[in-house]
Write a protein that binds this ligand. Structure first.
Ligand code: GDD
Length: 341
């Protein structure tokens, strides 16, 4: 919207409100919402027909890797066939010459990695129902590009995080827990594989790159990553440090624990509940092509800055929640005493 675009988004009908992250946009004259679902081709066709977009960013997905083991069919329908539904809608509305399409592809395609670091030439080895579905999405985009000369591209994005990240992804789970533990609202954090390695970047920088991919002269696929790798354990240690707690890790595997250096209290434990049947443990991207051909800066926000901004946002969020609790507690007391009615 800052670039002067009219933005049309799609939402799914739900009886509970889940629009918290876009609430600040609603009511803006350049922002429009339509009901649609990637599992429903008619709804996609209808929106594309009505809006006749110049650019489509397909960021919709069942995007949780662990959940894809519990809901593999839904994941396949949305993350694989859903991509086809968008491509077909554009074709059937005769927009192939004017509409550019960005597909949110993923570093999960590298899965059980065959090369470190990974770039546009690294072979894929998907290692979850999510990644297998995303692999179809990647290939069908390539197919439509070649078969119908469409400007459609995949951004092979490594993990991108922010203060808006869903609370069940590991980074946000950690920053929120660190903030809650630091403010006395939680006792412990349970995590899965602490040794898993990821190339974590800032979502805001990555979205800028998605846009650059669609402004490029030719439709191509790009790896988007920072080129730096850290473990879940490192992320955790740094997040707690920014929340004012120094952690020391002791033990191995399921017995590993994160201990508060100052108090000796165990604050982080491992729970097998968060292990995956097959886990991707060594993601590390090489963003050289995006840097060279799009002029994108993969190090705009450093790992330390990313962790810090996420912890600061959660520290503030938890503080506001606590203030709200105090107000409620006072109000409850006043109601009980009959001071307010
Ligand atoms: N979610 C979660 N919860 N992950 C944990 C936990 C935990 O308690 N403990 C350890 N992990 C490990 C996971 O096993 C995984 O190896 C790593 O932390 C990162 O997990 P997630 O944050 O859930 O993200 P992801 O890497 O599986 O997938 C994300 O990034 C992909 C791009 O590489 C998602 O955003 C995908 O949609 C995206 O495609």
């Amino acid at each position: 919207m800052e670039k002067g675009y009219d933005v049309h988004g799609t939402i799914r009908r739900s009886s509970v409100d889940y629009r918290e992250r876009i609430a600040h946009l609603e009511g803006h004259p350049n922002f429009h919402l339509h009901y649609a679902d990637l599992g429903d081709s008619m709804s996609i066709l209808q929106v594309v027909k009505k809006v006749r977009p110049d650019e489509i960013y397909n960021l919709a997905a069942q995007s949780h890797v662990q959940v894809s083991f519990d809901s593999p069919e839904f994941t396949a329908d949305v993350d694989a066939t859903g991509v086809l539904r968008i491509l077909e809608a554009v074709r059937q509305c005769d927009l192939t010459d004017t509409c550019r399409i960005y597909q949110a592809s993923t570093s999960e395609l590298y899965g059980k990695v065959e090369q470190v670091p990974q770039d546009e030439h690294t072979p894929f080895h998907p290692y979850s129902p999510y990644a297998v579905a995303k692999l179809y999405g990647y290939w069908i985009v390539k197919e439509y590009r070649e078969a119908y000369d469409m400007f459609c591209c995949s951004g092979i994005l490594f993990n991108h995080e922010s203060e808006r990240r869903g609370e069940t992804f590991v980074t946000r789970k950690i920053t929120l827990a660190a903030a809650r533990i630091a403010q006395g609202k939680q006792d412990k954090l349970y995590l899965g594989n602490l040794s898993s390695l990821r190339d974590w970047g800032y979502a805001k920088d990555y979205v800028e790159c998605m846009w650059l991919i669609l402004q490029n002269d030719k439709p191509e696929d790009f790896v988007i990553a920072t080129g730096e790798q850290h473990s879940v354990r490192e992320f955790c240690q740094l997040a707690f440090r920014y929340a004012g707690i120094e952690l020391r890790f002791e033990g191995e595997g399921e017995n590993e624990k994160g201990i508060d250096v100052k108090t000796g209290k165990v604050l982080v434990e491992v729970s097998p509940d968060f292990y995956r049947p097959t886990d991707v443990v060594n993601l590390w991207g090489n963003p050289a092509k995006a840097k060279r051909e799009l002029g994108w800066n993969p190090q705009k926000t450093t790992f330390e800055q990313l962790v810090k901004l996420m912890v600061e946002a959660d520290m503030a969020k938890v503080a506001v929640e606590r203030a709200g609790e105090r107000v409620r507690t006072n109000l409850e007391e006043y109601l009980e005493k009959g001071i307010v009615k």
